[in-house]
Ligand binder design. Sequence first.
Ligand SMILES: [Zn+2]
Length: 299
Amino acid sequence: MKTLKGWVLLMGLCALSTASEPTGRYKAIYDQLLSLQAKNPQLAKVFSIGTNDEGTEIYALRVSVTPEQMDSAKIGQLIVATHHGNEGGSTLFAVEYIKDLLKRYQTDELWRANLSQMEWTIIPVLNVSGYNANRRHEHGEDPNRDYPGPCKTKGYGKLKSIRTLMSFLETRPFAGSVTAHGYVGNFTYPWGFYTDNNKTLDENQYRQIFRKVAEVNGYSYGNAGDAVYPANGCFEDYVYWKHGSWSLLLELRTGSSSDVAGTVPAIARYFDLIDSSPSSKNQFQANCTRVNGPDLRGE
Ligand SMILES: [Zn+2]
């Protein structure tokens, strides 16, 4: 039986559990996701992977032939953009990739057979407050240094957004992963941290795939530690090390609409070339170096 006291308690709990609504630039991206879902109800579903430190939902779009619910029997593919709030080109990339993907589902006979086996999760904005403020960091932390790794065994997971994404990665396997940043103009693969040997056991396979990906738009490619700078605690290493997901770090060149338009087919090619299951050769077998060294990477 409901008493007045019970109702007051219930309403209080509801108020506590109500997440913050999207605001600012993030709301515009959320509205775009809703619009894409409305136009493609048979293929696209907006959902939340969980909340950040503000209690704001971090929204993703699921694209599949059965989008209403997660289907772990399908091949999981993941795109995460906007770890850095001031890299709006990466946000644009995620949205443009979704549009192109939906078009391929609808019009491309050749693609459709492959795509029907896949389930895509695309997160256009991970660092919501940073995106709204056009700021790299989230709560003064660099989100793309907040993951654990073979050479980062403490001082990670300070941000709830990162803990939320790490939890989400446990919910199903992802064969492939792309994380989008700017602005260098290259594609890189693990390892990207400070180690005396940054070549994974998949080095040859990575190199062959990335050469073909880079042919599409003329970007450079290579090992992240060699081609950019080493940094500890990055998503691109974490997702491969922890889950074996084939991992590509996209550094857009300028993030302009033409740069993004030229890069979308390159990433589509990447997902076409990788194996349909995570790597089983993702163990780190070298030594960490300069664990507390300077973080030189600005991208
Ligand atoms: Zn970045």
